[in-house]
Design a protein around this ligand. Structure first.
Ligand code: ZN
Ligand code: ZN
Length: 99
């Protein structure tokens, strides 16, 4: 699993972000050998928060389809303005809390 790759998110287009692999057709819906997209963590989380696996397989099994869905488009517009470092900052804040 290519879980800690760094690069450009295919959805929001932010560069130098940590990428996770998203199955455009969820594995649960038979997408194991179908195309995947590399997404940053916030985008990936948002997709699964907004849609069920069934919805993804039925009408959002492509990066263009995802990008054009109004709910996700609004999120992408916002996340594009967020610097990738924001993630790192969150992590550090958590670490500090422990001490
Ligand atoms: Zn993204
Ligand atoms: Zn996913």
């Amino acid at each position: 699993m290519a879980d800690s790759a760094e690069g450009t998110c295919e959805l929001c287009g932010r560069r130098h972000v940590r990428l996770t692999e998203h199955h455009l057709t969820p594995k649960e819906e038979g997408g194991t050998f179908l195309p995947t997209a590399m997404l940053c963590i916030p985008c990936h989380k948002q997709i699964h928060a907004l849609y069920t696996n069934w919805e993804l397989a039925a009408r959002l099994a492509g990066i263009e389809e995802l990008r054009h869905d109004p709910k996700l488009a609004r999120f992408v517009k916002w996340i594009r303005k967020q610097p990738p470092e924001k993630l790192v900052k969150t992590k550090k804040a958590k670490e500090r809390k422990k001490r």
